[in-house]
Every structure is written in C-alpha cells, then in structure tokens.
Design a protein around this ligand. Structure first.
Ligand code: ZN
Length: 105
C-alpha cells in the first residue's frame, strides 16, 4: 500500500513538472524574446574612441586597404574588423606576456 502511495506521489509530481515544463515552453514560444537591440550602432562592441586606436595602431601602420577609398568601407564601422581582430589579438598577447613576466618576477 505504501509503495502504491509513493508511486502515486511520484507520478503526480512528474505530471506537475511536465505541465510546468510545457507551460514554460509555451511561454517561451509566445512572445519573441529580444536577443539583440536592432538599433545597436556597432557589431563589434567597439566605440569610436576604440576604433580610432585600432585605426592608428593597426590600419595605418600596415597601410590597410580597407581604410583607403571613400567611403572607407561599406559597413557602419569606421575601421575594418580584420584590423580590429589583429589589434585585439596583439593586445591580448601583450597582456598575457605582461602577466607571465609579473609571475616570474
Ligand atoms: Zn584595416
């Protein structure tokens, strides 16, 4: 008899959980969840000051072809993403080296 009661309780609990899971699924489907703001001005998360640094330290020294011409590039961003990636990579390496040197000291 006790076994039956436990079984019943487990069954009822699982039904409640199932219903809740289904309800959550319905709720997730109904309103379209805004993942990103459509009016976000830049895709890389870099602002104009950061782009100026990227252009000065990466685009200009390597005479980047994306910086030339008018308009510079079709995108909304003032610099090019290739240079931004290169710059951030170098910046990250420098940070890592500094950390490594700091640890060895
Ligand atoms: Zn560039």
């Amino acid at each position: 008899m006790i076994t039956f009661l436990i079984l019943l309780t487990v069954l009822a609990l699982s039904m409640v959980l199932l219903a809740r899971a289904l309800g959550r699924m319905d709720r997730n489907v109904a309103p379209p969840v805004p993942v990103e703001e459509p009016s976000a001005p830049e895709q890389t998360g870099l602002g104009d000051p950061e782009w100026n640094i990227v252009i000065r330290h990466q685009c200009e020294p390597i005479n980047c072809p994306n910086l030339k011409g008018n308009p510079r590039q079709p995108g909304k961003e003032p610099g090019c993403q290739v240079c931004a990636a290169l710059f951030l990579e170098r910046y990250g390496e420098r940070l890592l080296n500094e950390q490594r040197e700091g640890r060895n000291r």
